[in-house]
Ligand binder design. Structure first.
Ligand SMILES: [Zn+2]
Ligand SMILES: [Zn+2]
Length: 151
């Protein structure tokens, strides 16, 4: 299995926005909600929750896209790639789209969310599935279990 080596660099489709991570994901996810289907132009979105202190935009200025609501979705303003999300009310991690990283072969979603809205044929390798989202109390044990599974 390929593994993540840090620091890891990445960027959008055109390369005008580049970023770097220097911390392991707290959790990896696939989201089947219809909003993510629209935003990703695909069956589901992928996220790696990166601790904020280990996340850095190193080139360019990403712009806000999506619904311009409380959760901030960041895009490249030129190629319009959906790059990362700062979820509403949360500042200690960033939800990075892992396919932004130049090397993302290591990525596997550990949980999948909003399966109530998924395509009947859409399947992922996630260990835990949620019809909507995990409850707030479930995240801490999930993060511990994910860390343990990474060795
Ligand atoms: Zn771009
Ligand atoms: Zn979603």
């Amino acid at each position: 299995m390929p593994t993540l080596s840090l620091p890891a660099e990445g960027g959008c489709r055109c390369g005008r926005v580049r970023l770097k991570i220097s911390a392991k994901p707290l959790l990896t996810m696939a989201c089947h909600c219809t909003g993510c289907q629209s935003m990703s132009s695909s069956a589901y979105s992928l996220s790696a929750a990166i601790p904020s202190e280990g996340f850095e935009v190193t080139r360019g200025e990403p712009v806000i896209g999506g619904l311009h609501g409380a959760s901030k979705h960041y895009f490249c303003g030129h190629c319009m790639t959906w790059m990362f999300t700062r979820p509403e009310g949360i500042d200690w991690f960033v939800n990075l789209r892992p396919t932004m990283l130049d090397d993302h072969a290591w990525f596997t979603p550990f949980i999948e969310t909003w399966t109530a809205e998924k395509f009947p044929w859409a399947a992922t390798a996630a260990v835990h599935s949620y019809a909507a989202l995990p409850s707030f109390e479930e995240y801490e044990p999930l993060v511990a279990e994910y860390a343990g599974a990474q060795g």
